[in-house]
Ligand binder design. Structure first.
Ligand SMILES: CC(C)(COP(=O)(O)OP(=O)(O)OC[C@H]1O[C@@H](n2cnc3c(N)ncnc32)[C@H](O)[C@@H]1OP(=O)(O)O)[C@@H](O)C(=O)NCCC(=O)NCCS
Length: 173
């Protein structure tokens, strides 16, 4: 299996969903758990495109629900790897909402998930490096190590004093 570096765009995965009554809460808006599932599925495919491996969700780093998404809306999810480490990959998911009546489409949500490539026994496997190309890909790549360190501290897998890049965020020059 080649571990040649890959471009972020090579992992681009686009999912389209229609918000149906079974996806909504009593107010008639998409409920958060369904959106999390759609984001997880789309992001997992992006991580598998990058690694050509089976992947598992290691953590959901961040999800923002900025506004309700109405019944009948069309939801488009765009997932791309933002950085690959040894066996783990950070994935950004941008969510767009389209109102089919007005035809208007806008960006409504963003999420960051982390996946790990594993073998048949569940042991982590190496993944290719990521080459960021656009300005936004480079910005997301640059912040990924700090987000990884924060996630590992919260999971009790890293001591705060070991997180040099994260500490740099809070220290004054
Ligand atoms: C994710 C999993 C494979 C990690 O296994 P592990 O024994 O902790 O393995 P390691 O410590 O070697 O970590 C492997 C990688 O995951 C990363 N990782 C582990 N936990 C993490 C967390 N909470 N946040 C971010 N990254 C994490 C490590 O930093 C490491 O990354 P790297 O190899 O790129 O440096 C394991 O915890 C697992 O299988 N979890 C269940 C996954 C699952 O079932 N998901 C669906 C939930 S319903």
């Amino acid at each position: 299996m080649s571990l040649n570096p890959k471009r972020a765009v090579d992992s681009l995965t686009i999912g389209t969903e229609h918000v149906l009554p079974n996806d909504t809460n009593p107010l008639g808006n998409l409920f958060g758990g369904r959106l999390l599932q759609w984001m997880d599925t789309t992001a997992a495919i992006a991580a598998q495109r990058h690694s050509n491996r089976v992947v598992v969700t290691a953590t959901v780093n961040n999800v923002s629900f900025k506004e309700p998404i109405k019944l009948g809306s069309v939801v488009t999810l765009e997932a791309k790897i933002s950085r690959a480490f040894n066996s783990s990959m950070e994935v950004f998911i941008d969510v767009f909402v389209e109102d089919l009546v007005t035809g208007k489409k806008h960006r409504s949500n963003e999420a960051i998930y982390t996946f790990v490539a594993i073998d048949q026994n569940g042991s982590p496997l190496p993944v290719p490096e990521l080459i960021p190309e656009t300005e936004i890909e480079k910005a997301r790549y640059a912040g990924a190590l700090q987000r990884k360190q924060l996630a590992l501290i919260l999971a009790g897998k890293m001591k705060p004093h070991e997180a040099q890049e994260l500490k740099a965020l809070f220290s004054k020059d």
